[in-house]
Design a protein around this ligand. Sequence first.
Ligand SMILES: Nc1ncnc2c1ncn2[C@@H]1O[C@H](COP(=O)(O)OP(=O)(O)OP(=O)(O)O)[C@@H](O)[C@H]1O
Ligand SMILES: [Mg+2]
Length: 241
Amino acid sequence: MSTAERPLLEVRDLVVSYGHVEAVRGVSLSVPEGRIVTLIGPNGAGKTSILSTLCGLVAPQRGSVWLDGREIAGWPPHRIVAAGMSLVPEGRAVLGRMTVEENLILAGELKQPAAALRPAIERQYAQFPVLGERRDHPAGSLSGGQQQMLAFARALLARPRVLLLDEPSMGLSPILVKQVFETIAAIHRAGTTILLVEQNVRLALSIADDAYVLERGQVVLHGPPGALTVDERVKAAYLGG
Ligand SMILES: Nc1ncnc2c1ncn2[C@@H]1O[C@H](COP(=O)(O)OP(=O)(O)OP(=O)(O)O)[C@@H](O)[C@H]1O
Ligand SMILES: [Mg+2]
């Protein structure tokens, strides 16, 4: 195995339950360093539950999560961020009444030493100029696409080695979806490993190196996108036949 193939993130036999609802039922997956891996599946399959568990927001009932060789399952979120993994959550979760800058400061204060925060924020304004221009505007006044940029910037403040993306194209027009995917490609080119949950299966498979299909809390298919796009089950269920 070359260094490029070393799994930076490895999940083994993950089980996540909410009371009696078993949302994730023994999922194993591997995200090699430097790759984009996509996780697709229908509503309620358990995709968000997996990402929430990986970044410490939900405690797993069973299973292990390894980040760069360290077992992190059960760690609190701030420690997981410090260890190199950040989440862009489903629905973006920006604080609408706070300014763009306040959103970044609040997120950054949890993630970095104070002296590093200003340059970290300026780095994000350089990457997303529209956020710099609108730094004093309430985040809620931004367009959906701009709010997604803010959600990306917030997650990138800590310079993650692995970025978890939960439905980044949700609710966006086709032009903005294209922009979001260009942003993902740019973040990846800059050296970040990505685990992408995405409802736009065609687009997700076009950008990914490896793909997992999740149904009812279990991985039902796993392989390179080229193989999945010609798989009859994937074509029928996700690519419009
Ligand atoms: N906080 C919660 N409490 C109870 N049940 C939950 C909770 N969050 C999710 N679930 C249930 O767990 C299952 C998996 O949900 P999850 O949100 O992980 O799926 P998903 O694949 O992300 O779906 P979507 O495509 O709709 O975002 C569903 O049955 C859902 O109703
Ligand atoms: Mg979800």
